[in-house]
Write a protein of this length. Structure first.
Length: 134
């Protein structure tokens, strides 16, 4: 896929994919117990490489400041929501509320990334602006 053919939508899809890989990485690191369990450690390395690949692809057209914040937010929220499922961790109402704030921030960052509409430029020049050479 070339840089010129990459659309904003494709970049955001890649960023979401990178966020998903980041969730996998965070959970695998937790399961590796400091990289002392081989299977979890290998899974963590694979997810780490995948998240960096997808993030770098997304940042071709998304600004680093926005892309990184969204990627980190997806990873943090995903790990916090799935941690209790995978590792029997706790998640209380206050924590869930702050996770909702992160989610809202990620959504607002995406909405703020929409390009501003510019007036359409036409190739024809109005007759009153044309000059006649004698």
């Amino acid at each position: 896929m070339s840089d010129t053919g990459r659309t904003s939508a494709n970049s955001w899809i890649m960023l979401l994919l990178a966020g998903g890989f980041e969730i996998g990485y965070a959970l695998a690191v937790g399961g590796s117990h400091g990289f002392t369990r081989l299977t979890w450690s290998l899974v963590a390395v694979v997810f780490f490489l995948l998240t960096l690949w997808a993030l770098s692809a997304a940042l071709r057209t998304i600004e680093v400041s926005i892309g990184y914040a969204v990627w980190a937010g997806i990873g943090a929220v995903g790990a916090a929501l799935l941690g209790p499922v995978v590792f029997d961790e706790s998640l209380n109402a206050v924590q869930a509320g702050w996770l909702a704030v992160i989610i809202a921030g990620v959504i607002w960052l995406k909405l703020a990334d929409r390009p501003a509409k510019t007036p359409e430029v036409t190739a024809a020049t109005p007759r009153e602006n044309q000059t006649v050479d004698a």
